[in-house]
Structures are given as C-alpha cells and as structure tokens.
Design a protein around this ligand. Structure first.
Ligand SMILES: NC(=O)c1ccc[n+]([C@@H]2O[C@H](COP(=O)([O-])OP(=O)(O)OC[C@H]3O[C@@H](n4cnc5c(N)ncnc54)[C@H](O)[C@@H]3O)[C@@H](O)[C@H]2O)c1
Length: 399
C-alpha cells in the first residue's frame, strides 16, 4: 500500500530521504514536514511538493493523515521524537545512530517493543546494491567463513555545527561514521554472531573539539572473526567509503564513492556539484551516477515499507541500532582504557549456543590442509600438518 509519511528534519538527510521516497514514481509520499524553522519547513515543502509543513514537532507526528514518521533530526533528539511517535502509535523509521549510547538505545528498544509499534533503523549503507550483493554472496557460501570484515568511512568532516558538539551528537567520528562501519561488518560476519570485545584507538588529531576526529577499532566476534572499522573526520579529497571482506574461500572488495566507474575532468570554470563531501570541482573528478541509489536509500525504504505491509521486521530495526550503540560504547571504553573492553549486551537475540570457531580444513583423514598452490612448473604443491604428530610437511601432486 502507499504510505503517507511525516518527515522530521529538513537538513541533509531529510533531503536525501525525501528524494529517495519521491523519485522513480514511487507511490509513497511525504505529506507533512517538520523543521524548527518555519521558513525552512515551508521552503522544503514547496521544493518537494509536500502539502503540509510545521515548526511544531508534536503536531507533525500527530498528523492523522500520516501513518509513518521518519526521524532525520540530530542524535540527541531521536529519543524524544521516538517517544512522541510511540504516543501517537505511528510506525517509526529512525536514522543512525539510534541513540547517544547503549543505555539510551536499550530504553528506546524496550519502549517501542512494549508499545508494539513498527520500527526500522535507517542504516542505508547496509542496503547499497553492492553491499546487498556482497551479503548474498557470503550467504551463498562463496567466500567460505568470514574471518575479517573491514569497513572504512572517511571524509573532511560533517556539514553542520551540532555534529561537532558532543553534547548534541554523543561523540565524534565513531558515533557519526563508526555506526555505519560496525553494522556493515555485522551484516558480513553474521548478525547472529555475538560481538564479544573491542580494542580501539581514537584521538583528536586536527580539529579543536572534545570528541575524536579519527579512530580505528577491532571488534572480535565469537567465531574469532574480526570487524575492523576505520573512521576519519579529517580525510582530505572527498568521501571514502570502502569495504573488504576476507573469507576462508574468497575475498570481496567494494568501493562506493571515490571510484565508482565514472571519471570526469573539468577546468572548474562552472564549479557545479560533484558528489557528497567532494572537496573540489576542478581537475579529475569522481562523481556518482545516482547518489541516492548508490548510498542505499532506495533499497532501504523499499525494505522498510514492504516490511510494514507484510507485518515483518525489516532487515535493520531498532534491535540492530541497539547492538551498534553497545559496540560503540565498547569502542569509547577501550579508547580510554587502552585495553580490550567487553561489549555489554543486556539483551542478545543471536545464537545462544556458542558459534563454531573458524578453524582449519581437513585434507584427508590423517592431515590438515595448510596451503595449496600451483607452482611455475605446473605442479600442484600442498603443505599439510599431520594430525597425529603435528609435523608440517609438503608434497607435490602432478596435476
Ligand atoms: N547516511 C545516513 O544515514 C546519514 C547521513 C547524514 C545524517 N544522518 C543522520 O541524520 C540526522 C540529521 O543529520 P543531518 O545531516 O540531516 O543534519 P543537518 O544539520 O543537515 O539537519 C538537521 C535538521 O535538524 C534540525 N535541527 C537541528 N537542531 C535542532 C533542534 N535543536 N531542534 C529541532 N530541530 C533541530 C535542523 O533544523 C535540520 O532540519 C543525524 O542523526 C545524523 O546522524 C544520517
């Protein structure tokens, strides 16, 4: 069915979400938009053909015509907006991060589940066409067991004041970009695999702020797999969005932004928009064919609204947002203590039974396989470990 949507926020994400919902002849429509500035709300409504606008958040959420509320407000306002949506009994789609920290995310999850309202976590980067293909490839077993998933998001820093004030945002590059990278890694490693502990380095290298502007973290999962996240608010040259997944039988590499297969040279005389967070409009440029699609917004809203129609949970819901917030808490704890810190999950819905650890492959009844390689002379060489003695041997096998 076609849904009627209230949009909260007229900033960058409000614009991307509205584009994703209104483009390509979709039946769903934003029917009411809220901004704290009446002028912004009116201009946004005019730009996107939205019939009603308001500077009263309560009024926007209670609009009897809309059945879904999309939250695109600064991080410290998510909980308040969700409370109002619960009171109004609306389906709720909230942007990332779900909350400022794990405790707040857990309270939000309990609140929506108690009320029985539909909830979707708008983690678009898990829905990019490339990411969906990579997830499917992994599910089909094409790369074996995932041992390591690296996700990197780096750009020259966010576009609005409130991101830089940790009172409003809850942190720095980890809370802003790390949430994407963590959830990308969970999708590759397997969402039912428990994240156990985190080791994180974070520092404020360049910007005059209290929060971190750069960070790297390793998240150890119960299979032994590692999720590696790399985030930066000081990277120069545009926005880097990259994933790499290593498995026992294969590897996947994805590049979402700076190199997508279209390269343009411009003298810069006209200086038009190139792509989100691009730093230059002259010289060799790396535009993106369809930003809204490449960032996953369209596939994300399709899943969210289909899930609502089909009375099921979407691929990403508030439970996922809560797990991500809990992992980010462990990142912050580890950056401070400089030790591995546990991921505190008072509620865990993955496997109860411990997952099998990643381990060696059998060559035959008597040997483990360490390595197999085709040599320049055409012979196949295998390196084996004898199970009984532990001795490591090699032999050549004629191919
Ligand atoms: N890819 C993504 O999923 C993605 C990308 C960007 C932002 N976001 C998230 O979307 C949310 C908004 O980010 P944005 O980039 O649109 O920010 P923005 O600064 O561009 O827009 C923020 C909106 O919130 C309003 N706002 C700001 N302070 C307010 C206040 N105190 N009271 C009421 N309204 C207020 C602004 O007027 C504006 O409409 C954040 O949670 C951010 O993390 C997600």
């Amino acid at each position: 069915m076609a849904h009627k949507i209230t949009m909260l926020g007229t900033g960058l994400i409000g614009m991307f979400y509205t584009r994703a919902l209104h483009e390509h002849r979709r039946p769903d429509r934003v029917v009411n938009v809220y901004s704290r500035s009446a002028d912004h709300a009116r201009t946004f409504a005019e730009d996107w053909g939205i019939s009603r606008w308001t500077d009263d958040m309560h009024e926007a959420i209670r609009d009897p015509e809309s059945d879904v509320v999309v939250i695109g407000l600064p991080n410290n306002l998510h909980k308040k907006a969700i409370e109002l949506c619960v009171e109004a009994g609306k389906a709720i789609l909230c942007t990332k991060p779900l909350a400022l920290h794990g405790k707040e995310a857990y309270e939000i999850l309990q609140m929506v589940e108690k009320a029985g309202v539909f909830h979707g976590y708008l983690e678009d980067l898990c829905y990019t066409p490339k990411t969906l293909k990579a997830i499917e490839t992994i599910r089909q077993g094409s790369i074996g067991q995932v041992t390591w998933a690296r996700a990197r998001e780096a750009h020259p820093g966010p576009h609005s004041d409130w991101f830089w004030d940790s009172e409003q945002s809850g942190g720095g590059a980890i809370i802003d970009l790390g949430c994407h990278c963590i959830e990308i890694g969970r999708n590759y490693i397997g969402k039912d695999v428990r994240p156990v502990e985190v080791m994180c380095w974070a520092d404020t290298l360049v910007k005059p702020i209290r929060a971190e502007d750069n960070a790297i973290a390793l998240i150890r999962y119960e299979t032994g797999a590692i999720g590696q996240i790399e985030v930066s608010w000081t990277f120069r040259g545009g926005m880097e969005l990259k994933d790499e997944v290593a498995g026992t039988e294969g590897t996947i590499r994805l590049d979402h932004w700076l190199r997508t297969g279209i390269e343009v040279f411009s003298s810069g005389e006209t200086g038009s928009y190139v792509a989100e967070k691009a730093e230059s409009s002259s010289g060799w440029l790396f535009p993106v064919g369809d930003e809204v699609n490449a960032l996953g917004y369209q596939h994300m809203f399709t899943d969210m609204l289909d899930a609502l129609d089909e009375n099921r949970s979407p691929m990403e819901d508030f439970y996922d947002g809560y797990v991500v917030n809990a992992i980010m808490d462990a990142c912050y704890a580890s950056a401070k203590s400089k030790r591995w810190e546990p991921v505190n999950l008072p509620l865990w819905r993955g496997t109860i039974k411990p997952h099998e650890k990643i381990g060696p492959k059998e060559y035959d009844t008597w040997h483990w396989l360490i390595k197999e390689e085709k040599m320049p002379d055409g012979q196949r060489k295998v390196i084996l470990k004898i199970k009984d003695t532990g001795e490591i041997i090699q032999k050549f096998i004629a191919s």
